[in-house]
Design a protein around this ligand. Structure first.
Ligand SMILES: [Zn+2]
Length: 284
């Protein structure tokens, strides 16, 4: 008997439909039922309405660089946990648990790869690790990426999806904002292009530092990008914010982004932008 003809309706929990084999997903945006396989093959973009779901860090890297070209850098950097911070569990244990589960140390993967044969330094945030928050390891990896880009004269591309600075590292996490911005300045002095890709959500200390400093800032559709969230702003200024405030489309209209790019054309767009920038650098 076909699944749709079964007498017993599937169990719906929130946005997900639980089927015995987990084959189906209900889109949070258009409420259409879609095949999980189809969603995965479409880079986690709903094939019915183009809603962009989060994309796991390695899938993002594979979708951007030439096959087999990516070499990860700074693999073993780890936070020293200087505050010995503990909430429901100690910070060091939280990171250790994430490592045991995923084999990844912190909220960013960085390295060198090629796009259509052009070498570039790429960093991608891992939102699954503590909401992609930036602590000492993320900040250090970003700063090193920019330094490598400046020294090698190869462009840098950073794909952000982050809740902001990591509260478990207190002031040390805030310091990363200045450190990464200083590294962007070094890269600029060296005349090396930097493309910043902002995904849903890019907020707090990441949005307020290097993520908005790209020579070209590219947003994914409908991504929330801003420093404080809309609710916090509304409560602070006691006014209602306009429709779509802090979404990519609004930011593009107000000059904060240079373009919005669908995920399936992100690779070709980055490649084209780098070609244009390289042509202009060689002319100047
Ligand atoms: Zn949809």
């Amino acid at each position: 008997m076909a699944w749709l003809e079964r007498e017993k309706a599937p169990i719906v929990k929130g946005d997900r439909i639980d089927t015995p084999d987990g084959l189906w997903e209900k889109c949070v945006n258009c409420a259409e039922v879609i095949l999980r396989k189809e969603l995965n093959e479409n880079l986690n973009v709903c094939p019915k309405c183009d809603h962009h779901y989060p994309l796991p860090v390695w899938e993002r890297i594979y979708a951007l660089v030439d096959e087999g070209s990516f070499i990860e850098a700074d693999v073993n950097l780890r936070s020293a946990d200087p505050l010995k911070f503990a909430d429901s569990k100690p910070y060091s244990k939280r990171l250790e648990d994430f490592y045991k589960k995923t084999g990844r140390r912190d909220a960013l993967i960085s390295g060198r790869g090629t796009i259509n044969g052009r070498g570039l330094h790429l960093a991608v945030f891992d939102f699954q690790c503590m909401g992609g928050s930036m602590g000492s390891v993320v900040g250090e990896k970003i700063a090193r990426l920019f330094v490598r880009a400046a020294l090698s004269k190869e462009p840098a591309v950073v794909v952000s999806a982050s809740g902001g600075a990591r509260m478990q590292e207190g002031l040390i996490s805030l310091m990363q904002m200045a450190k990464t911005c200083a590294a962007v300045a070094k890269m600029r002095e060296a005349g090396v292009p930097y493309i910043s890709v902002l995904c849903h959500p890019t907020t707090g200390g990441v949005a307020a530092s290097f993520a908005m400093l790209g020579d070209i800032n590219i947003g994914e559709p409908n991504a929330l990008i801003g420093f404080a969230g809309p609710r916090v702003i509304e409560q602070t200024i006691r006014a209602q914010l306009p429709e779509g405030f802090q979404r990519s489309e609004y930011l593009l209209e107000h000059g904060m982004l240079d373009l919005i790019c669908h995920r399936d054309s992100m690779r070709s767009t980055i490649s084209r932008v780098l070609d244009i920038l390289a042509a202009n650098v060689s002319k100047s």
